[in-house]
Structures are given as C-alpha cells and as structure tokens.
Design a protein around this ligand. Structure first.
Ligand code: NAG
Ligand code: NAG
Ligand code: NAG
Ligand code: NAG
Ligand code: NAG
Length: 379
C-alpha cells in the first residue's frame, strides 16, 4: 500500500469514528455535514437572544447585566446567568452553539437554528405582540427549509431534516400570562378546554414539522409554576397558586398522552419527553441534595423570594439584589433557573433513564436515523 493510500485509509477510519451511529456514510473525506442538526423552538427557557431583534419590552429581554455573568460576556439575551438546556445538548451532540435565528449576523444553519422567543406561548394570544409565537416560529422554520432546498438540494435537505432533532419548551406562558386575573385564571375556559387548546396548538406545530420531514422531537413537562418565586411574590401570604398547580398537572398528563398518540399516528415519529416538573420539584424541595444552598428564592431580583421580576433594574423597578454566587442558587431570577440547574437537566435529558426521559433519551434520538424513506436504519 502506498503512503498516500495509507493516509486515505487513516482519514477514512477517522471519519467512520466521527460518524458513529451515522449509517448512511458518504465517504467524501469531509465529515462535515453529517452531524445531526438541532432545531430549537419555544420560550424564554430556550431563547438565546431572539428577542433582542424584535420590537418588545425589557420584560421580554435579558440582554443586559447581570444576565450571562457566569458564562457570556457580553450578555446574549439568555434568561439565566449562563447557558441553557439547548446549549448543553448541542455540546453533547458535538455541535457548535446553535445560532440565534433572528440575529442578522447568522446565515449558516446546517447545524440547526434556535427560534425560541421569551414570552412565547403555544397560543398566539399569549403575550401577543411581545414575543414570536410558536406558529410564527414554525413559519421561520419553513423559510429555512426553502433555503436548504435551494442551497443543498432536495436529497441532502431531506436527510438533514429527518435526522435532525427538534427541541421544544412551550406552554408555561399560556398559563402564567393569566395569573393575577381573578380566581378562575383561565376564564371563560374550563381547565380541560384551555389545556386542550394549548396541547392542540403544540400538536399542530409538531405535525407541521413532521410534514417537512422532521421525525425526532424533544419536549419537557411544564415546571411547577405554581410555586415559582414570581407567582408567590404576587400572592397574599406568598403561598403557591393551587389552581396553577392543578392546570400544569393536567397539561403534563395530556401532553404525555398526546405524544403516545402521535407515535401511533405519524409515520416515524419518535419523541423524548423529559420530566422537568419532577426534576424542578425535587430541587426546590431538597436543594442541598443537588448542590444548591437556596432552592426557593432567586439570586437576582427583589421582594419576597426575590420574586419581583426586577433583575437588572431595567424593567421599571431600579432596585434589585444580586447574590454573590449564582451557582449556589437554583433560581437566577424570579422566573428562570441558573446555569447549574440547566446543566443538571441537560445531563438527564441527554442520557437519563426512562423514568426521567421517555420514550427515548436525546442521546438515542441523536444517534438513531430519522427516516425509513431510503431504507435507512430506524431507531
Ligand atoms: C463533502 O461533503 C460536504 C458536506 O456534505 C460538502 O460540503 C463537500 O462539498 C463534499 N465534498 C466533495 C468533494 O464532494
Ligand atoms: C414598537 O412598538 C412600539 C409600542 O408598541 C411602537 O410605538 C413602535 O412604533 C414599534 N416600532 C416598530 C419599529 O415597529
Ligand atoms: C373573572 O374575570 C372576568 C373578566 O375578566 C369576569 O367576567 C368573571 O366574572 C371573573 N370570574 C370570577 C370567578 O370572578
Ligand atoms: C389553537 O389555539 C387557538 C387560539 O389561539 C384555538 O382557537 C384553536 O382551537 C387551537 N387549536 C387547536 C387544534 O386546539
Ligand atoms: C460558588 O458556588 C459553587 C457551588 O457551591 C462553588 O463550587 C464555587 O466554588 C463558588 N464560587 C466562588 C467564587 O465562591
């Protein structure tokens, strides 16, 4: 064997190593383009700074100090002291940070795009005019699909979209935006009707992505918002909001049922449901077990539990308190977790057991092939 051939062989083996789990090998000696892409949708839990580029208010933005203090300088717009769940998932998947779709500096999306927008709900009415709702996020994804078809051609686009993982955080704002109205927070809807609409709209977006070739979906249950610092701070006696607890539990139950239904209904549909609700409850109830000193109060904010949404002093209230070490806290501001918490979630979402992440964890989704259309391997 000639030296040149030997090097080729080495290079080829290297590629094969890089592509573990990627069975439809295209041995052109460039491993690039074979990474599984990550598309992100949803609300402030996943927004990497899209809201910096829309006409909204500082209530729906976090691109100012002290947001980002643990990791990003300058702040990116993430509602945290550092990275969010999708940032860690991208790292696990060997992807770069997933680009913020609305940032005009970004125009390369073969590794995915992040469309999430702080304040967004599954319903267009939730914070309408201040956030990019889920339907519009799906439209942006449609624009991107057209661009891919033009630049990569249909075959590569189909492969990219069917191999990709689609990560969602949504629903919380559909319920939170009603808190404070009156005793029946979803009036005039019953809980069942309203939850039905929220899940119905999430389902529509899943179906929209499935029609374009998407197969692998990741979503979380909604956190126990009833005891969020922001919710408690607004209530007499700083109690948790029992109605909100009932509604979020109903949402989580219906979401789980819907996903099982979709798995039967939609060809090739695979999902990963991470039980964020349980993981958050565990940490709020027993912070020290997870390495936190404080589990119920925000590092950055004011009022009881740091529950007044004043972090950064740019949302109408100038005074706020900032803790010395965000890593000791579970909540960074009154509505959002610290980076340490997001890192813990991401680890469980990535390779947790089926009691935490079902039917598959994200690692399995990333490694499996998305489509049977070309006779490629199924999960
Ligand atoms: C190899 O594949 C990459 C990614 O699909 C592509 O950009 C590149 O042009 C290909 N090179 C050749 C020589 O085909
Ligand atoms: C942004 O929103 C404000 C208030 O709703 C409005 O007065 C302003 O014209 C909007 N600006 C743009 C560029 O749309
Ligand atoms: C809740 O508020 C609506 C108007 O926002 C009102 O019509 C309704 O009667 C109120 N319900 C209760 C239980 O107070
Ligand atoms: C989606 O939400 C709208 C309200 O924004 C509602 O009218 C509609 O029925 C919902 N769709 C589904 C399928 O539930
Ligand atoms: C902040 O807290 C974390 C977790 O308790 C600890 O590991 C770290 O050393 C602390 N950092 C500083 C600067 O004290």
């Amino acid at each position: 064997m000639s030296v040149a051939n030997f090097h080729l062989l080495l290079l080829a083996s290297y590629c094969i190593l890089m592509l573990r789990g990627c069975l439809s090998l295209n041995l052109n000696l460039s491993c690039e383009g074979h990474l599984v892409a990550l598309f992100v949708f949803g609300d402030s839990l996943y927004d990497p700074g899209n809201n910096n580029y829309i006409n909204t208010t500082t209530e729906f933005q976090a691109n100012f100090w002290p947001y980002g203090i643990s990791y990003f300088n300058p702040p990116t717009g993430r509602f945290s002291d550092g990275r969010l769940i999708p940032d860690f998932i991208a790292e696990y998947a060997k992807l770069p940070l997933i680009p913020t779709y609305l940032d005009p500096k970004n125009n390369e999306f073969v590794h995915g795009a992040n469309f999430a927008s702080g304040g967004a709900g599954a319903l267009v009415e939730s914070n309408a005019g201040f956030a990019v709702d889920l339907k519009t996020q799906l439209e942006y994804f449609g624009d991107l699909e057209k661009q891919f078809r033009q630049s990569l051609g249909d075959e590569k686009t189909d492969q990219l979209l069917s191999d990709a993982v689609y990560l969602f955080s949504c629903g919380g704002n559909d319920y939170l935006s009603h808190v404070g109205n009156n005793d029946s927070i979803l009036y005039p809807y019953t809980h069942k009707q309203y939850v039905g609409m929220v899940i119905g709209n999430v389902t529509d977006v899943f179906k929209g992505i499935h029609e374009k070739g998407g197969r692998k979906f990741g979503i979380t249950t909604i956190a126990p918002l009833a005891c969020w610092p922001s919710v408690r701070a607004g209530r007499p006696g700083n109690t948790c909001n029992e109605e909100l607890e009932i509604i979020t539990n109903l949402h989580n139950q219906k979401l789980s049922e819907k996903l099982k239904e979709l798995e039967k209904q939609l060809e090739g549909f695979k999902y990963s449901l991470f039980d964020l609700n349980t993981e958050v409850s565990n940490r709020m109830n027993n912070p020290s077990k997870y390495g936190f000193k404080i589990g119920d109060s925000a590092c950055c904010g004011s009022g009881p539990f740091g529950g007044i949404y004043s972090c950064g002093g740019k949302r109408g209230i100038k005074e706020f308190h900032l803790c010395d070490n965000a890593s000791e806290y579970f909540f960074f501001d009154s509505n959002h977790n610290t980076e340490v918490a997001s890192r813990q979630y991401a680890e469980l979402y990535w390779n947790g057991e089926s009691s935490v992440t079902a039917a598959y964890n994200l690692k399995t989704l990333f490694e499996g092939k998305g489509s049977s259309a070309l006779g490629r391997e199924e999960l």
